[in-house]
Design a protein around this ligand. Structure first.
Ligand code: 5XR
Ligand code: SF4
Length: 309
């Protein structure tokens, strides 16, 4: 038996014994995705966590995602295999900055992308995903809306909404999605002229310009299942390719940039998933006050979306 398959056996056994489940974000390593009970984007993972009977959840994603799962499932135990899996973009908007913006714009409402820290969410009025950002901004009761932490998503919303959008911080970004460029996409288009280009809204606007489809990782997945194309140029973290290939094994997926790797997402390995289950660490904990305050803005989004809980 190979080392990997014995590790997989050990993980499965522990999972059964502890009645735990493993959730993996679309950007996880292929072997981590393969061992997961469910693979999806951050919101889907948290919603799945709400529906499961399992009391223990091993969350393979970055900290803000596990935090969202805690906020929505305060009585479950949420574990993360590597405690250092932080999202640099989410970290660009800490609670202190939120307090500063609240003081600076006392009348404006604050909408935060789900890719934000729990401590920041607690100071916000509503949460959104890349799929419903414009809708949430349009529904919130204010003509001036502070939006963060991703400046590109703020730009995207500004393009679609008549409200005044102020990005907070002034320049929040995802270092992975910064790696894509229009030039490289156009070069690949020349090699694969019949390929469909899919881009994440966290990419720079010049990349959207040459995209046939803009959406989150879950939207991209859904798109490939219904699209007639059989080649796709994909402008998001390359971990998604594994999932896309599983869904459409007849299609070819071309990364829009081969080195687009989120190192934080990759910190979770099978070995660490095993240790996480065995030692029940690291538990993701958030102060009760932040759980309560962070839930309200998420509920606002649910109300608009009528998500099933
Ligand atoms: O950039 C990310 O971390 C990933 C992602 C995604 O598309 O999967 O943006 N997180 C989403 O859950 C956000 C939802 O729109
Ligand atoms: Fe954060 Fe970007 Fe990594 Fe997503 S891909 S977790 S936004 S650094």
């Amino acid at each position: 038996m190979s080392l990997q398959s014995s590790l997989i056996d050990k993980i499965q056994k522990l999972k059964r014994e502890k009645r735990a489940i493993i959730l993996a974000h679309n950007y996880q390593r292929p072997e981590v995705q393969d061992i997961a009970d469910f693979v999806g984007d951050s919101l889907e993972l948290s919603l799945y966590a709400m529906q499961t009977d399992a009391r223990t959840i091993v969350f393979c994603g970055v900290n803000f995602m596990a935090e969202t799962a805690v906020i929505l499932n305060p009585d479950k135990k949420v574990l993360i295999p590597d405690i250092n899996a932080l999202c640099p973009m989410a970290s660009m908007l800490p609670a202190d900055l939120m307090k500063l913006y609240r003081r600076k714009y006392p009348k404006a409402k604050i909408v935060l992308y789900i890719n934000s820290l729990a401590e920041a969410k607690a100071y916000s009025d509503a949460i959104c995903t890349s799929a419903n950002a414009t809708e949430v901004v349009d529904q919130i009761d204010s003509e001036v809306v502070l939006f963060g932490p991703d400046i590109n998503l703020a730009r995207y919303v500004q393009m679609k909404s008549s409200k005044k959008i102020i990005p907070i911080p002034q320049y929040g970004f995802c270092p992975v999605h910064k790696l894509f460029s229009k030039r490289e996409v156009l070069r690949l288009k020349q090699i694969y002229p019949d390929a469909e280009v899919m881009a994440h809204p966290e990419c720079d606007p010049e990349v959207w310009e040459v995209a046939d489809f803009i959406g989150s990782t879950s939207k991209m997945y859904a798109r490939t299942l219904t699209s007639r194309a059989n080649k796709f140029i994909v402008a998001t973290e390359i971990g998604i390719l594994h999932r896309l290939k599983k869904g459409r094994n007849d299609a070819t997926f071309i990364p829009a940039y081969e080195e687009a790797i989120c190192v934080n997402m990759r910190l979770h390995t099978l070995e660490k998933v095993y240790l996480c289950l065995k030692d029940e660490k690291y538990e993701v904990k958030i102060p009760e006050k932040i759980v309560a305050k962070g839930r309200e803005p998420i509920e606002f989004m649910f109300k608009i979306q009528k998500y099933k809980k």
